[in-house]
Design a protein around this ligand. Structure first.
Ligand SMILES: NC(=O)c1ccc[n+]([C@@H]2O[C@H](COP(=O)([O-])OP(=O)(O)OC[C@H]3O[C@@H](n4cnc5c(N)ncnc54)[C@H](OP(=O)(O)O)[C@@H]3O)[C@@H](O)[C@H]2O)c1
Length: 200
């Protein structure tokens, strides 16, 4: 059976992906609070230790990594540093370290978000981080093309998040449907692609 490591599996999207993959994959679930596979992707040593413990896999999916919503004038140096260390460098290092732990032509799929293309007030950190991850995916895929496939899913609003925020759910796509975009990238021969997953 193929093996897939999901980093961020305790979250909304990560748990939906884990659920979807379980039929055909041995799923290894990791997150900050995981009992079996704890990891902090902002900490290179922690990521390295996770990869070594887990061993070779066919796929890595990362839905982990946080960046803060802050008004432009309110965002502190610490807010910027946090987003860059977590959602950007955490995912960059997931590829840098993960590429050595993937079976040939396996896949690494990262997560961005459509705020990379459609910014809104308060999204400057998130927009910057998402756009940087997308640039990284396209660039890394070029150099890793004979070894590992690297892609990203860029979700729009997820229905369950809108529900939790007591917002209009009509622009949302359920997490289970967003999860399909990850599976499609994993099981294709695509590399260097940012797959948008939002309600049309
Ligand atoms: N939800 C949406 O509507 C939406 C829309 C567009 C884009 N996205 C993006 O999709 C991704 C997942 O969103 P989500 O709604 O599933 O988030 P979530 O429910 O908050 O889950 C986040 C997951 O990431 C883990 N995590 C966070 N920081 C980590 C770190 N430094 N090291 C290791 N694990 C870490 C959390 O682990 P613990 O719980 O163990 O701390 C949790 O498993 C995010 O990048 C988000 O920006 C979401």
């Amino acid at each position: 059976m193929k093996r897939a490591l999901i980093i961020g599996s305790s979250g909304l999207l990560g748990s939906a992906i884990a659920q979807l993959l379980k039929t055909n994959y041995e799923v290894i679930e990791a997150s900050r609070s995981s009992q079996s596979h704890p990891v902090d992707i902002a900490d290179v040593a922690s990521l390295q230790s996770l990869m070594q413990r887990v061993g070779k896999v066919d796929a890595i999916v990362c839905t982990a990594g946080v960046a803060q919503f802050r008004g432009f004038s309110d965002a502190t140096n610490a807010d910027w540093d946090f987003g860059l260390a977590n959602k950007l460098m955490g995912q960059v290092n997931t590829v840098r370290l993960g590429a050595e732990h993937i079976h040939p032509m396996g896949s690494i799929t990262l997560t961005t978000g459509v705020l990379s293309m459609y910014p809104m007030p308060g999204s400057s950190i998130v927009t910057t981080v998402n756009a940087a991850v997308e640039g990284f995916v396209k660039s890394a895929a070029l150099e890793l093309k004979d070894k590992v496939r690297v892609n990203a899913v860029s979700p729009g609003w997820i229905t369950e998040t809108l529900e939790k925020m007591k917002m209009d759910t009509s622009p949302g796509l359920p997490a289970a449907e967003v999860a399909q975009a990850y599976l499609e990238l994993m099981e294709s021969d695509i590399t260097g692609q940012v797959q948008i997953a939002m309600k049309s």
